[in-house]
Design a protein. Structure first.
Lengths: 113, 116
């Protein structure tokens, strides 16, 4: 099992450009999450999904959109990147059973100039 | 407002000694707590967890203690090893009843350095 994978690993964007981050999991998990990690801030939830075709806002959703067309994939989109979106982005997944831990991907380091 | 706080950004201990990482929370609706470990350029990995109905959970060298009245939890690592050097995040999950979403609220992280 590959677990949770993220594409790309690194990306540099110019302000106003758009991009999509891809998260894939092969554990048949129902729930998937996108976080951003910034220095001194811990991990903050951007959006999440409790099943195929569903999405919901997390703590810091502004400037991002998501889609979960297939159970194994969760896409995070930036329509018009801003320097404030420079961060490390982590995807995670877990099954639906209560109190199971989340499994994280290796992260995507995004720089917006 | 930070609902989960790790007030010590860093901690340095000698190999073989005990490492104690602390975490405070403000929301009394949190009913499950987790610790994650993160190495540079990798994603966080699950370490240990505890339910609010318990006050202690142990797994090998790692023990988590929960003090609900103080809204405080701690992670003890005994004995500490150089390979334990990493960033440690505590996280809390609110009780959601039938609308469980599995969301976690993370602290800011504590960087542990274990010196040989």
């Amino acid at each position: 099992n590959a677990g949770v994978t993220q594409t790309p690993k690194f990306r540099v964007l110019k302000t106003g450009q758009s991009m999509t981050l891809l998260c894939a999991q092969d554990m048949n998990h129902e729930y998937m999450y996108w976080y951003r990690q910034d220095p001194g801030m811990g991990l903050r939830l951007i959006h999440y999904s409790v099943g195929e075709g569903t999405t919901a806002k997390g703590e810091v959703p502004d400037g991002y959109n998501v889609s979960r067309l297939k159970k194994q994939n969760f896409l995070l989109g930036l329509e018009s990147a801003a320097p404030s979106q420079t961060s490390v982005y982590f995807c995670a997944s877990r099954d639906h059973q209560e109190h199971n831990e989340q499994f994280f991907g290796p992260g995507t380091r995004l720089t917006v100039l | 407002d930070q609902q989960v706080k790790q007030n010590s950004p860093s901690l340095s201990v000698q190999e073989g000694r005990i490492s104690i990482l602390n975490c405070d929370y403000t929301n009394s609706m949190f009913d499950y707590f987790l610790w994650y470990k993160k190495y540079p350029a990798e994603g966080p990995t699950f370490l240990i967890s505890i339910s609010s109905i318990k006050d202690k959970n142990e797994d090998g060298r790692f023990t988590v203690f929960l003090n609900k009245s103080a809204k405080h939890l701690s992670l003890h690592i005994v004995p500490s090893q150089p390979g334990d050097s990493a960033v440690y995040f505590c996280a809390a999950s609110p009780w959601a009843g039938s609308s469980n979403t599995g969301k976690l609220i993370f602290g800011q992280g504590t960087t542990l350095q274990v010196k040989p």
